[in-house]
Design a protein around this ligand. Sequence first.
Ligand code: ADP
Length: 320
Amino acid sequence: MPETKETFELLKNYIEDLPIGLMLFSKDGVILSWNKYAVSVLECTQDDFKKDYYCHVTNQVNELLHSEIVKEKELIGLSKPLKAKKIITDDKNIILVITEAHQEALGEMSHELRRPITNIKTLTESLLLGAKDDPEIANKFLQQINGEIDRLTKLVGELINLSKIRSGKSSQAKKKLNLKSKVDESIKLIQAIADKHKTKITNEVPNEYEVYADSEQLDHVIQNLLENSIKYSPEGANITIKSGPVTGSFQVDDTGIGIAESEISKIFDRFYRVDRTRAKGSSGLGLSIVKNVVDLHGGKIEVKSKLGSGSSFIIYMPIG
Ligand code: ADP
């Protein structure tokens, strides 16, 4: 049987102009062959590829190539977000298939939007067909419809945020920000939700502590993490936000339900929710937006969690 590299070269004429990027690597991650589309979509030149250099996404490509767990990854920081899928061949070479992420995202989104709409339609039809005559059932169905509408509203709002953030790389205005006052502002905005859940949020960020970030996007990250900590904690829980282990980092600690180790790698995926039945008014988009923002800043997120005890989300932002 021919080796993958030979096959790749034989097919080169056919794959050269395909509208998907194809890159073939040795098992050690050295590039062996590629098609034209891969070069253009990664916004590189043929010479860059020859030097194992993939321009803005070099680190992201290497991370995917060398990870034993991650099979696909969104490549961001280019003018269009891309999706890279990893295929290991029989002779242990690696093929990366690169497509435009929005094609896939559109499919997922229409699926996610269709579900609450179908549920609303079914519940409304049942009411019209007679369920409305039984006050107890009618009340239950109306509450369900109300819940589905909340979910739809949140989904649409977050989709708008996600597309704003994705297209916002060029408009990112990074500067040094006083984290303590940013956190105070965010707490003020979500205090009502915290009070409703009888949750206490403590701002332990030191007075002069600075984070280098886009102001609006940082608000988004802080608010999302705090809202999650409230949502996934029982009443009476304590949430603390403080500086993190290294300069420019910060963390949100909660005493909530925690996340199983097997789930941690999935919670940043679009639409992923650990417990779909419990998560009311949730869209599964919040953390994917947080990760997008942090990636666009060149930072990273770490999660430490124990089921039943609580979670810590640590954000590492470059110091500028
Ligand atoms: P959403 O909260 O809208 O479902 P997210 O993307 O913000 O979506 O979170 C994805 C999943 O991660 C949540 O459904 C929840 O299961 C889990 N999660 C997020 N934050 C926490 C937290 N602080 N404690 C426990 N689980 C969490």
